[in-house]
Design a protein around this ligand. Structure first.
Ligand SMILES: Nc1nc2c(ncn2[C@@H]2O[C@H](COP(=O)(O)OP(=O)(O)OP(=O)(O)O)[C@@H](O)[C@H]2O)c(=O)[nH]1
Ligand SMILES: [Mg+2]
Length: 440
């Protein structure tokens, strides 16, 4: 029996703890005032340990095999207090549960035949998708049409194999010219289907990383104010006191449906404050991983820290922005080179800056308009292998032995089975599931 927190750790309104394994509902029910008896139905009850109530929870039981993993499962929604969660965990530990490994629920779902391997991979891709468009594409292909297309290819290959293998097994049933013609047109029509399918697939780039944008500039120039504006909530403390931000703050936000990671940093200046200087040092490490730096200066004192920028030896995009243009009585812009004039306070120019950022970082979605499915590189490579084997099988209809033709069809089927997970290596499973979240 396994358990895991399926919601992110930390303080939250509600936290979801998931359990799976034969008998887990009975065992966990020892700590519930009311026992869940019906499948897939929410029950409000107290979670009680050593005679005292730990929390009032909502539980939903999924009895085997009607659950995600195919085993008995219980979902406990408790209040998102780390103390409550750790108390429930220690109760579960004492009752014979062990903490699940990353992806263990999905791995069990796959092993128990509830999901094909590529479906499990799609769930992970949905969780980690970096754009609204990609997420929509994956969600749309769940379970339905994607699997249907793959299974239909499998059935077509099997029917062809059946025909040729029967003729090999029964020597007196040699394939006649008509049979060969039928086989040939069957392979041709399968090739048309597979090619059309391949053409309607978007391959997820697993190596693609979110773009990172680092905000740099003198103290008080409004970096944290702009950062909050970009990420859409008050993530960073803003104050008129220079040197407010000391740590480096990271926050991912969606810019037109594409996720971008923004980093707010300590103001750049030479300081004898040791803590502030540590923040500045940290910037150097992060600058190396950034795709763009927004250099921010205030109209009150238009200074871009060019020498620091040089020290960072940053090779990416640098956007020079002058902030606080709502302040009217500043001494003029002089001839300082800049890309944008903004006021975070009034909002003026901020939309232009975001538009420019989007364009220079190439943040548009990479998904073609006519694609219907989202798949991984390993699926595409198996589909290409399958096309190769089918092409060879087609040639074998003209020349070559029936055995070689049958072998090529068998290899085509193997490539498809590799996508579905009917054939796999332990390394492949390890690779796939170790990249999952805990609790999924
Ligand atoms: N008038 C005006 N004030 C602004 C604007 N943007 C930020 N401020 C103010 O400038 C002060 C400094 O803002 P922060 O966002 O904390 O600046 P920072 O660059 O993060 O400062 P440090 O973290 O100390 O380096 C705060 O009082 C903000 O309210 C603006 O567009 N106009
Ligand atoms: Mg700040």
């Amino acid at each position: 029996m396994i358990y895991a927190l399926s919601t992110p750790p930390g303080v939250s309104a509600i936290a979801l703890i998931r359990l799976s394994g034969g008998g887990c509902i009975d065992v966990a029910s020892r700590f519930l005032e009311k026992k869940p008896l019906k499948n897939n139905q929410a029950l409000v009850t107290n979670f009680v340990a050593s005679g005292s109530v730990v929390d009032r929870v909502v539980v939903v039981a999924f009895f085997a095999p009607r659950s995600f993993t195919g085993e008995d499962m219980l979902e406990i929604s408790c209040h998102g207090s780390p103390l409550v969660i750790s108390k429930i965990f220690s109760v579960l530990d004492g009752a014979g549960f062990v903490e699940a490994l990353p992806g263990e629920f999905s791995e069990r779902a796959f092993i128990n035949g509830k999901l094909a391997l590529n479906e499990v991979e799609s769930i992970a891709d949905l969780i980690h998708s970096s754009s609204a468009e990609e997420a929509g594409l994956i969600a749309r292909s769940f379970g339905g049409s994607l699997q249907k297309s793959l299974y239909s290819m499998g059935e077509q290959i099997d029917a062809l194999r059946y025909r040729i293998e029967a003729s090999i097994d029964f020597a007196d049933e040699d394939l006649g010219a008509d049979d060969l013609l039928l086989l040939r047109s069957g392979i041709e029509s399968l090739l048309v289907d597979v090619r059309a399918f391949v053409g309607s697939c978007h391959v997820i780039n697993s190596k693609r990383k979110e773009k990172r944008v680092l905000l740099l500039g003198p103290p008080n120039s409004g970096k944290s104010s702009l950062f909050n504006r970009l990420v859409g909530f008050n993530r960073a403390i803003v104050s008129e006191k220079p040197g407010t931000t000391r740590d480096l703050l990271e926050q991912t936000a969606l810019i037109d449906g594409v996720s971008v990671e923004f980093l707010d940093s300590a103001g750049i200046r030479t300081s004898d404050d040791e803590i502030e200087m540590l923040g500045v040092e940290m910037i150097k490490d992060f600058a190396a991983t950034a795709d763009a730096i927004i250099l921010l200066a205030s109209v009150e004192n238009i200074v871009f820290p060019e020498s620091t920028l040089k020290d960072l030896s940053f090779g990416g995009l640098v956007i020079r922005v002058i902030n606080k243009i709502d302040i009217k009585d500043f001494g003029g812009l002089g001839n300082v080179k800049h890309d944008y004039l903004i006021s975070v306070k009034s909002g003026e120019g901020v939309a232009d800056l975001i538009r420019g950022l989007k364009q220079s970082l190439g943040l548009s979605s990479s998904i073609d308009k006519d694609v219907s499915f989202s798949i991984r590189e390993r699926h595409m490579s198996s589909l290409k292998d399958m096309l190769g084997s089918l092409d060879r099988a087609l040639e074998n209809c003209v020349e070559g032995s029936e055995e070689i033709l049958a072998e090529n069809l068998r290899i085509a089927r193997s490539s498809l089975d590799f996508i579905l997970g009917k054939k796999y290596t332990d390394d492949l499973l390890g690779d796939i599931f170790s990249n999952f979240c805990v609790g999924k």
